[in-house]
Design a binder for this molecule. Structure first.
Ligand SMILES: [Zn+2]
Length: 145
């Protein structure tokens, strides 16, 4: 089981991550499930409801969730996960992340060190089956266009 992200969508995520640094960026990951794998077809940069927060909490603005839903209906996709950044912190879920998570979704976390897309130091994906157990690491496959 893996999450497959096209290189150009990953570039969109990295650019968003770097632009918002030193604050926490977040967004949606839209795509399709095929077999055991999640194929991401669209990264959807969103606004963090917590505003200029430095790393440990994010919540996607409801207006962005609505936009994502509309896009998914039009393109016949599903919201398969969310990405967010940890500026100057490792790509490990915070306690907030674990408590605010939902089963099924993939949570992609990027560790960011600066304002250039090259400043993304690490990217990891996790499944968080429930609040009382540890996040499960999910393999990320970067697909060349
Ligand atoms: Zn986090």
């Amino acid at each position: 089981m893996a999450i497959i992200i096209p290189k150009n969508e990953l570039e969109i995520i990295k650019k968003h991550a770097a632009d918002i640094f030193p604050y926490e960026a977040c967004g949606g990951l839209l795509g399709k499930i095929e077999g055991e794998n999640k194929f991401i077809l669209k990264a959807y940069p969103a606004e963090n409801r917590y505003g200029k927060i430095t790393w440990d909490s994010f919540e996607i603005e409801p207006k962005d969730i609505l936009e994502m839903d509309k896009f998914c209906m039009k393109e016949n996709l599903d919201i398969l996960g969310f990405y967010h950044t940890h500026p100057n912190h490792p790509a490990i879920p915070s306690n907030f992340d674990i408590n605010a998570s939902w089963p099924f979704y993939s949570y992609v976390i990027l560790s960011v060190k600066g304002n250039a897309p090259e400043s993304v130091a690490d990217i990891k994906s996790y499944l968080m089956p429930d609040r009382n157990s540890a996040p499960v690491y999910e393999e990320i496959v970067i697909k060349e266009d």
